[in-house]
Design a protein around this ligand. Structure first.
Ligand SMILES: NC(=O)c1ccc[n+]([C@@H]2O[C@H](COP(=O)([O-])OP(=O)(O)OC[C@H]3O[C@@H](n4cnc5c(N)ncnc54)[C@H](OP(=O)(O)O)[C@@H]3O)[C@@H](O)[C@H]2O)c1
Length: 159
């Protein structure tokens, strides 16, 4: 059976994924208690110990209002941590799904966005999400599909 490591299992998206992912494999959910994403070595350790076939990152710094003042923290969680996840995924030959945000786009397009649309982030949070997406794709060297599910798909409320 596939081993799926869900990072950020206690968040809004993470809680929904805890309900659906077990149908796809053996789910290992980790929250801040077991994995503090500001500790980059801890990320490596948890992934190496879990030896997952798939990593899903639903964790994020989501305090939009504070992001401009807590830049370092936001950068660590939303950009540096996913980059480390991508490095470890590459070492294990494991796929990484990083849940991003539609705010990587500027919202000026009149038709629905697709995975091939070029991002144009506005604001620090969107910039960091964009950076994480680019770094993840580079490390995994696979055409990483942006995971930007709608609230309906996730079954939860949007921010
Ligand atoms: N909610 C939606 O409808 C929706 C829709 C589309 C995309 N998204 C995207 O999905 C992602 C998650 O959103 P969300 O709504 O689930 O946010 P959320 O409810 O704020 O959850 C964020 C998760 O990240 C964890 N986290 C934050 N800092 C951490 C740290 N230092 N170490 C370990 N864990 C840490 C939080 O842990 P604690 O619980 O301990 O704080 C929490 O579990 C975001 O990128 C968001 O843009 C969300």
């Amino acid at each position: 059976m596939n081993r799926i490591l869900l990072i950020g299992s206690s968040g809004q998206v993470g809680r929904e994924l805890q309900k659906t992912l077990p149908s796809l494999g053996n789910l290992i959910g980790v929250s801040r208690e077991t994995l503090d994403l500001t500790q980059l070595d801890q990320i490596r350790q948890v992934i190496q110990e879990a030896q997952p076939d798939l990593i899903v990152n639903a964790a994020a710094y989501t305090a939009v209002d504070k992001a401009e003042t807590e830049t370092e923290l936001a950068n660590l969680i939303n950009a540096a941590a996913p980059t480390v996840m991508a490095e470890e995924a590459q070492c294990l030959g494991t796929a990484l799904i990083h849940i991003s945000t539609d705010y990587v786009f500027d919202g000026t397009k009149n038709t629905p966005y697709t995975e091939d649309d070029l991002p144009n982030p506005i604001g620090l949070m969107a910039n960091l999400s964009c950076l994480a997406k680019r770094e993840s794709a580079e490390f995994t060297r696979i055409p990483l599909t942006s995971a930007m599910p709608s609230s309906e798909q996730l079954g939860c409320m949007a921010h």
